[in-house]
Design a binder for this molecule. Sequence first.
Ligand code: NAP
Length: 496
Amino acid sequence: MNIAAPPTSTSGASPRIDPAAGARGLYIDGQWSWPAECAAIPVVDPSTEQVLAEVPDATVTEAMAAIDAAVAAAPGWRTTSPRRRSEILRRCFELMTARADDLARLISLENGKALRDARGEVAYAAEFFRWNAEEAVRIGGDFTLSPAGGNHIVVDYEPIGVCVLITPWNFPAAMATRKIAPALAAGCTAVLKPASETPLTAYALATLYEEAGVPPGVVNVITTTAPGPVTAAMLADPRVRKLSFTGSTPVGRTLLAEAAKSVISCSMELGGNAPLIVFDDADLDVALEGAMLAKMRNAGEACTAANRIYVQGGLYERFTQELVRRMAALKVGPGQDIGTECGPMITAKAVDKIERLVGDALARGAQLLCGGVRPEGEGFFYPPTVLADVPADAKMGCEEIFGPVAALSRFETEDEAVALANATEYGLAAYVFTRDLARGLRVSRRIETGMVGLNRGLVSDPAAPFGGTKQSGLGREGGTHGVLEFLEAKYIATTL
Ligand code: NAP
């Protein structure tokens, strides 16, 4: 099966990303195969609703073959020198960077996001290889004298073992490399299961790992429409020691329960409901720019997206007016079109959800200031929308909108803003805008999230610990913390 509309290369003489890699089959033990028993999963272009390609629908049998491959590759990879692992990861970074344009087109094609967002994602995704290439040779240990002085405490960090990695559709490259790069740096082998909506990027990246020198079996990629049974089977295998999942909180809860049966280490990057707080003393332009970025990166389809925007009374009218002007001016269209700033949503179901949440907020008294009407025609589009005076009981206050809808509410005091921000079961990201640094830091510390953007609309950084508190997850990805998730401390007590 061929890709219907393959992206064209714009990266000069460098070899192309293979957009049809997924059509070659599952990637297991360095081999591409499409077993006869595997049906096809259609991959749909959200801009046109046309089928772009088909990829194999793996069953438990293929998933366990992938685990076998990861197990077989594990001894060789964990004993590969850190320097060699580092060089391979660095090569992955270089190859991704050289083919950034092709990769961005592929991401945009299958996910729908605007090319400028897709380019940003590729740069971000590639950085995980560069960062973890540097981490691979800096994994230390400890050698200390016990407090009583009778023995020494030796702490060594060992690769945790075979990993199952599961990723969502909203960042098809970055969510994969944010797991694969630290896993490989730590000396682990892995099976990646990307989202069914966006598997082409994951498979295209696999061709690149091959070329970079990642040995067969170290990274395996499978796709399936039966993620529940397939993952349960993998997690039930005692040779699997790690689950790293990025996706929704309900699925995360299910997987935690599944992993508990085998007592498997879990890293969970789950849903968000980010508050964005603008105080009266904020720099209006900085706050607006930050709000546009926090709201509209990926057309709002981000776990860190500003889901609730709280503006203090003195700035509320001006902020709202200017935000409406900026949102209404955004160019909506197919992600690959030059100039598109807001692409389609991932599926019709995603648009249905946004429509439902907007309808609910309006029924409860919110004001519609722009957008709000689903367009006719092909593609899963929803226009940039601003709602003002969204009441606290609106459903979008506790559910992820995951779309281009800015929900504004007014507050008066700092305590009120903090209480509103914390009135959610989620705790991933938050944003605070104020010129008063002391207040900014104070409020940032009072907000119950893993990350805060202070006078910034973007928190993602491969060198920083990304992750949430409360129902937004367990563990951190990125920074020096990311690789620790794939290591186990081994303590040796010794008397010299
Ligand atoms: P999702 O429905 O939870 O799916 C995520 C992944 O889990 C997909 O690969 C999916 O496979 C798989 N999956 C679904 N059910 C499963 C099961 N029972 N067992 C094992 N795997 C299963 O989430 P999504 O809609 O793709 O992504 C959006 C969500 O991810 C949002 O809540 C967003 O906030 C969150 N997210 C969080 C972060 C973070 O860093 N905290 C980053 C990005 C996204 P299929 O595609 O085959 O269903």
